[in-house]
Design a binder for this molecule. Structure first.
Ligand code: 291
Ligand code: CA
Length: 160
């Protein structure tokens, strides 16, 4: 029949409008939980959430804890993300270790997935691999990066 096509269109219109309502509700709920996830000291930058638990430990320890939580050590990939990391360092007045090392090849800094870094914010004179022992990267309160011994203890900062 000519009619059955029309009612099928009307049924789909209703389904689309129902989905639009459900999507709006989901967006509102997601927006709320993003804020929950970032409270009290986290930072949301685009799709990334930076969050610390306040825990301090060595690089291996911090890396494992972020992975265990379903995230990874923070690795800012642009100036906006680095500023978000810096704000958390300032809040706690404690440096963090990034998910960036030159463990694989001295002097070649990489993310933990092995990719070469696309952004850095080294303090002048860094990285200097002081005493040949610095393969990890800490962020100072001024947002600048310094390579540092991975066995030092720093504030945990994960990204999700
Ligand atoms: C100096 C600079 C840095 C270096 C740091 C560590 C300190 O900054 O040479 O490039 O990473 O020393 O070597 O390590 C210890 N154990 O003191 C000093 C600023 C705090
Ligand atoms: Ca250094």
């Amino acid at each position: 029949k000519g009619d059955s096509g029309l009612s099928e269109v009307n049924l789909m219109k209703k389904q689309v409008s129902d989905l639009e309502g459900q999507l709006r509700a989901l967006q509102a709920s997601f927006s709320k939980y993003q804020k929950v996830a970032a409270f009290p000291g986290g930072r949301i930058v685009g799709n990334k959430v930076f969050v610390t638990s306040g825990y301090e430990g060595t690089f291996d320890d911090l890396k494992q804890k972020c992975l265990q939580a379903g995230g990874q050590l923070a690795a800012p990939k642009n100036a906006v993300e680095n500023t978000a990391v810096q704000q958390i360092v300032v809040q706690h007045n404690k440096s963090v270790f990034l998910g960036v090392t030159d463990i694989q090849t001295e002097g070649k800094f990489r993310y933990l997935n092995g990719d070469a870094i696309v952004y850095s914010n080294w303090l002048q004179g860094e990285p200097n691999n002081e005493k040949g022992r610095e393969n990890c990267v800490e962020v100072y309160v001024n947002g600048k990066w310094n390579d540092r011994a991975c066995g030092e203890k720093r504030l945990i900062l994960c990204e999700f």
